[in-house]
Structures are given as structure tokens and as C-alpha cells.
Design a protein around this ligand. Structure first.
Ligand code: FMN
Ligand code: 173
Length: 376
């Protein structure tokens, strides 16, 4: 519950980001417009993108009078590891788009806080190199390629370099229809590589839409969970589950965890906000595996709301890139500290000494319709 660090002399207050929104504003100033659009944008009319944040914003928390909590404990256990807060970094492609340190910078920052990082298949640094920079748990996100050797090679390398789990992305037979990228004719700049893929597998990767349409294996079914598990010896989580039906299928396939996600509104436009989908998935899972959530988490209060509705922990995607763009590893450290601090303060104000105690009675039932929000 220590206060955020005082700014050094001479640094104006306005330059000191205090919220994820502040980091987003700094990133937007620094990044080329088409890179900003690639990161900030979503699929189609961006209804799901907007809904992710709007549903969190509409949540109302029940305060607790005279809570009598000196110092809350914020840590949680996920797949046998203790996380100092119920917070990690979602898999996001190409961190070098926003900072030359790329995923190595992000890994150092996450490590400094002891929080986990999920490295993307489309990481701009080799997963072995990211592991060398990390001091906290790493998970590897996996896409399934038509060339199965590419997929299985990722699984084997993850195990060999100390990754603790695989995260199978289940909502992306191809990348969604991202109109900003189509209008901008966006390409990943030539100096940034899909560092984990062979030259053959990475051919054409500068245009994710076209590349995913020829390289991803659209025939992939749930049996791939067992193959990934056998090849890597690692637990496999399914990312991209929004319904009870898919949660059942994931559990039947042997997943160790589920990430409720709509890919940050970048896949099916019109899919529910993740906070809307969470109760259905949690009810279907009945405690058989941990349920995580990503999409629209921007404050520590959002983290608490997700836990109240049954998530074990949450992941943030865009906030990590915004913070990395603003100030490299130091920015990511600060962003993760701010969210942890906000979460701890919200725990006290709602009368919770530990995350386990945070239940559905902490949140008032939502009152639709949700206000529209601009994502310029
Ligand atoms: C620029 C960008 C790249 C992403 N790349 C991947 C990826 O390679 N693999 C994946 O499973 N999800 C990817 N995602 C989705 C994130 O893992 C996550 O689901 C989403 O960003 C969470 O929403 P948030 O950004 O609102 O926190 C990406 C998201 C963004 C914004
Ligand atoms: O942009 C994305 O959301 C994403 O998942 C992706 C997939 C392939 C290449 C680059 C990004």
C-alpha cells in the first residue's frame, strides 16, 4: 500500500502516468498512426472492443464501512505458482513494434514484479532469449500451423527453455477483419521479425491477415490439446473461450485452465464482452480448473470485479504495449505497479483481506445499456 514513487525533481506532473489511460495517451503520441491503429483497433465495427471496457466501466462495487484491514494480501495461486497479484501480461505479437527492447524489456519488468508474461507465437524476440531475461513465470502462446512441425517445435522449445505452460489460442482460425489495418495497408515493418518461426513459416508474416489465412491450420480441433501436452510435457490452457459449451469441450480435452477472452475485440465483432461471458464459463467449469480473463482490464477495480465474478486472475494486453512504448521496461514496471496498487486499495475499500474472499456480492447487478466509448 506504499504510495506511487514521487517524481524526480524537474519532471512535470503531467508527464508522470498515473493510469493505464495515461500510458495509452503517451503511446499514441509516440507511435506512428498505423502502428497505433494495429494495436488499439479491433475487428469489424469494434463493438466487442468497445464493450470490453464499457462493461467494466458500468460495474458498481459495494463498499465496506470501517473495513479494519491494515494491509491486504494480494497474492493468488495459479497452476501451482504464487503470483504476487492476480495479474499477468497477455500474449501480444511483436513488442519491438513499440520499443527496441521488445519482449526482453517486458519480461524484465514482469520479472521485477514477479508477475507472469505470456509470450506470443509472434514474439519479435526468440522465446529462448525472452526466457534469459525473465525472472517470473513465462507461458508460451501457441497458434496451430498447417505445418505441424512448426507448432510442435514451439511446444518442445517452450519446455526446453523453462516455460511453465502453453496457452492455445482457440479463437483465431485466421485474424479478424480489422478495417483500420486494411485501410492503412498496414505491414509489420521490415526490421521486425517473427523471431520464433523458420524462414518458411514466417514468409508473408508482415501482413497478419493474409499470413494467418494461408499458414494457420483451420482444421484444428480440441484433440490438439493432448498433442501439445504430450509434445511439451506442459499444462495447456485454452484462450478464447466465451461459452459454457466451449468450456466443457476444453475441459473434456484436458486443459489445465481457461482464459475467457475475445482476443481484445479483434476476432468476432459482436462477441460478448469478456466480463459478460465470465459468469457462464465459471458456472460451467464448476471449479475444475482456474478461469482467467483478458479484455478491457484497465484499473485495479476492474481486476477486483473480474475476481468477484469468478476469475482467478486477469491478463492485460494493450496496457503492456502502451507502457512499453511510453518508457520501455520502466514503463511496464510502473504500469504493473499501478494496477497492483489500485487493486490492493480497492480490496480494502470493499472489505477484502485476501483475493479468495472476493465474491459476487461485491458487485451490483449491471444496468444496461452500457455507455458508448470512443477508441479514436
Ligand atoms: C497488438 C495485439 C497483438 C496481439 N497478438 C496476439 C497473439 O499473438 N496471440 C494471441 O493469442 N493473442 C494476441 N492478442 C490478444 C491478447 O492476447 C488479448 O487477448 C487482448 O489484447 C486482451 O485485451 P486488452 O488488450 O483489452 O487487455 C493481441 C492483441 C493485440 C492488441
Ligand atoms: O493481432 C493479433 O491479434 C494477433 O493475434 C496476431 C496474429 C498473427 C500475427 C500478428 C498478430
Amino acid at each position: 500500500m506504499t504510495a506511487p514513487a514521487l517524481r524526480p525533481p524537474g519532471v512535470p506532473a503531467a508527464a508522470q502516468p498515473l493510469t493505464v489511460a495515461d500510458f495509452a495517451a503517451l503511446a499514441r503520441e509516440r507511435l506512428p498512426a498505423d502502428v497505433w491503429d494495429f494495436i488499439a483497433g479491433g475487428a469489424g465495427r469494434e463493438r466487442t472492443l468497445a464493450a470490453n471496457e464499457a462493461v467494466f466501466e458500468a460495474a458498481r462495487l459495494r463498499p465496506r464501512a470501517l473495513p479494519g484491514i491494515e494491509e491486504p494480501g494480494t497474492s493468488v495461486e495459479v497452476l501451482g505458482s504464487r503470483w504476487p497479484a492476480p495479474l499477468g501480461i497477455a500474449p501480444v505479437a511483436y513488442h519491438e513494434l513499440v520499443h527496441p527492447d521488445g519482449e526482453s524489456g517486458t519480461a524484465r519488468a514482469a520479472g521485477d514484479l514477479g508477475l507472469p508474461l505470456v509470450v506470443s507465437t509472434f514474439s519479435s524476440r526468440r522465446l529462448e532469449e525472452v526466457a534469459a531475461a525473465a525472472t517470473a513465470p513465462l507461458w508460451l502462446q501457441v497458434y496451430c500451423f498447417r505445418d505441424t512441425a512448426t507448432t510442435l517445435d514451439l511446444a518442445r522449445r517452450a519446455r526446453a527453455s523453462g516455460y511453465q505452460a502453453l496457452v492455445l489460442t482457440t479463437d483465431t482460425p485466421f485474424t479478424g477483419r480489422r478495417l483500420r489495418d486494411l485501410r492503412n495497408d498496414f505491414r509489420i515493418p521490415g526490421h521486425i521479425a517473427a523471431a520464433n518461426l523458420s524462414e518458411t513459416a514466417a514468409a508473408g508474416a508482415a501482413t497478419p491477415g493474409a499470413h494467418s489465412r494461408h499458414a494457420f491450420d483451420r482444421s484444428t480441433g480440441w484433440s490438439v490439446v493432448a498433442r501439445l501436452r504430450a509434445e511439451s510435457g506442459l499444462p495447456v490452457l485454452a484462450k478464447g473461450v466465451l461459452t459454457a459449451r466451449d468450456a466443457e469441450a476444453a475441459l473434456a480435452a484436458g486443459v489445465a485452465g481457461i482464459v475467457v477472452s475475445n482476443h481484445g475485440g479483434r476476432q468476432l465483432d459482436g462477441a460478448p464482452a469478456t466480463l459478460e461471458a465470465l459468469p457462464e464459463v465459471v458456472a460451467a467449469v464448476r471449479g475444475r480448473c482456474p478461469v482467467l480473463l483478458d479484455g478491457g482490464v484497465r484499473t485495479g477495480a476492474d481486476v477486483l470485479v473480474a475476481l468477484a465474478l469468478g476469475a482467478r486472475a486477469v491478463l492485460v494486453g494493450r496496457p503492456a504495449l502502451y507502457a512499453l512504448a511510453a518508457d520501455g521496461a520502466a514503463g511496464v514496471r510502473r504500469m504493473l505497479s499501478l494496477l497492483t496498487e489500485e487493486f490492493a486499495e480497492t480490496m480494502v475499500l470493499t472489505g477484502h483481506a485476501t483475493p479468495d474472499a472476493i465474491g459476487p456480492d461485491t458487485v451490483l447487478p449491471p444496468v444496461p445499456p452500457y455507455p458508448a466509448r470512443s477508441h479514436g
